[in-house]
Design a binder for this molecule. Structure first.
Ligand SMILES: Cc1cc2nc3c(=O)[nH]c(=O)nc-3n(C[C@H](O)[C@H](O)[C@H](O)COP(=O)(O)OP(=O)(O)OC[C@H]3O[C@@H](n4cnc5c(N)ncnc54)[C@H](O)[C@@H]3O)c2cc1C
Length: 465
């Protein structure tokens, strides 16, 4: 994954913009650059355009969208940026958070109105850290559906995409200007393509165990539930070209990966009053503060597992999600008509679980937080029938990466922009601060879609200068 001298290149053809990676970021960048009049090629290592995006729930936040207005929800970019910054304990770039929040509604409208992505407002629950309902998703709340819709748009618009094409090298001169790329086909043949601008949309380094252990050792024991093709190429190339990196220890963790099934059990059941208990039937943290930071707490329990525990009311809420229905069909979700029954199903100790439930029931009418700082005020107490899923902690994708400006131009340490290099999504530094706790739900696809759109536009505008 090295940088080669331009003199070594043998370009078979040349175009305006080459995009590396065909997840949400790459496809949005491709659409935006094509729309701005450029000749574009997207290169993707896999046989089809899927990436982490297709594994995701596909929820994209937008503040001030028409869907929010139709639901009489008042939101603003400032409020959204405040939520982003608060989740990181003010350890992210405030200006960048605001810039992305300001563009978030434009991205939702652009995807929906220009490219027919069927996004609706998720109005059934609030993810931890969001003060207002602003998540937008496809009908089945699925990243695969989102990718299908984006791929259809790419095809309709005639944007060129080449799959089974792993980019192995960039060709650059001493100024850091990239003149083209080399990619390899599954039969090991190689081809060089020239370009005037390059967009790195090849996500982060969660699929590179060496980089993970270098930058995020705390999650090494966790399962990796992300895209294995994301090997940190953007960071490696950027670094060789003199780009700055930041927040390399940041990541999206998840404390609800169904153990042995590899299906994420999402957080609505927790935020609406469900809990996580260890194998002794005891809670061990404030699970409602966020699924990302809870991952290491689950991993520190006996067997590196916990039980996500809830009842019929929360179960019904979860049925909105494709992932959850898949978990039910796969047999990951245990059901018990009574507490005794669910304890037989899960081998959780009845006396301890009874005590745990009694402790939280005592808090629903109280202003007091529990010993972990969680409030249960106003939540309906958990009652039979009960549901439980054995889960473990996982890493989904990394959130640190190449430092970029608000147009997704990759920056050097001194703040100057590299001549023609852009990055977005998991390839760029996110807005999640320096660790897992700063990940606000939606940060992944906000930066993938919005930076993708902005990178495509900026690349074409800069070429024209
Ligand atoms: C289970 C799960 C649920 C999630 N839910 C949400 C959610 O609801 N909302 C949200 O905001 N975020 C969510 N995320 C995070 C979100 O999916 C990611 O932040 C986002 O998809 C990243 O998009 P991307 O385009 O940067 O990367 P990707 O979608 O991973 O695309 C990168 C592409 O680059 C390709 N590639 C890599 N290297 C090369 C190379 N050298 N040459 C050619 N191609 C290359 C890869 O094969 C891949 O297809 C979730 C993640 C997971 C795992």
């Amino acid at each position: 994954m090295s940088i080669l001298s331009v003199s070594e290149a043998n370009f078979s053809f040349e175009l305006d913009v080459v995009i590396i990676g065909a997840g949400a970021c790459g496809l949005c960048a491709g659409l935006a650059a094509h729309e701005a009049g450029a000749e574009v090629l997207i290169l993707e290592r896999d046989a089809s355009a899927l990436g982490t995006t297709a594994m995701s729930t596909g929820l994209i936040p937008g503040a001030g969208t028409s869907a929010q207005r139709a639901a009489s929800i008042t939101d603003s970019a400032v409020q959204f940026a405040q939520d982003i910054c608060a989740k990181t304990n003010n350890r992210t770039d405030e200006k960048m958070a605001l810039a992305l929040a300001q563009e978030s509604a434009n991205t939702i409208e652009w995807l929906s109105n220009t490219y027919g992505v069927p996004l609706t407002l998720v109005d059934t629950f609030l993810y931890p850290g969001h003060s207002i309902m602003r998540m937008h998703g496809t009908p089945n709340r699925s990243g695969a559906e989102l990718m299908g819709s984006l791929s259809n748009a790419i095809e309709r618009e005639g944007v060129s995409i080449l799959t089974n094409a792993t980019v192995t090298n960039l060709f650059a001169d001493d100024s850091g200007r990239v003149h083209g790329v080399r990619f390899q086909r599954p039969d090991q043949s190689i081809e060089d393509v020239g370009c005037r601008a390059i967009i790195l949309a090849c996500c982060g380094f969660a699929g590179n165990p060496k980089m993970l252990s270098q930058y995020i050792p705390e999650i090494e024991g966790g399962e990796f539930f992300g895209h294995p093709g994301n090997k940190g190429d953007a960071v490696l190339w950027g670094d060789s070209l003199g780009a700055a990196v930041a927040d390399m220890s940041a990541y999206q963790g998840h404390a609800g990966l169904a153990k042995g099934f590899g299906i994420p059990i999402l957080w609505p059941c927790i935020v609406e009053g469900g809990i996580q208990v260890n194998q002794q039937g005891k809670r061990f943290s404030n699970e409602a503060r966020g699924y990302s930071e809870q991952a290491v707490d689950v991993l520190s329990q006996e067997g590196s597992v916990a039980w996500t525990f809830y009842d019929e009311q929360r179960h019904n809420l979860m049925l909105e999600f494709d992932d959850y229905n898949e978990a039910i069909n796969a047999g990951a979700v245990r059901h018990g008509d009574s507490l005794q029954d669910i304890c037989i199903q899960t081998k959780l100790p009845l006396d301890k679980l009874t005590q745990t439930l009694s402790d939280i029931t005592g808090l629903v009418d109280s202003d007091a937080d529990d010993e972990f700082g969680r409030s249960f005020k106003g939540k309906q107490p958990l009652c039979a029938p009960f549901y439980a899923v054995k889960v473990t902690g996982a890493i989904f994708h990394t959130q640190g990466g190449l430092r970029v400006d608000e147009h997704a131009r990759v920056l050097r340490e001194d703040g100057s922009a590299l001549p023609n290099l852009y990055a977005g999504g998991g390839a760029a530094r996110g807005i999640s601060g320096p660790d897992a706790s700063g990940y606000l739900a939606g940060n992944g696809l906000l930066t993938a879609t919005t930076f993708g759109r902005l990178a495509g536009r900026a690349a074409v505008a800069d070429i024209a200068k």
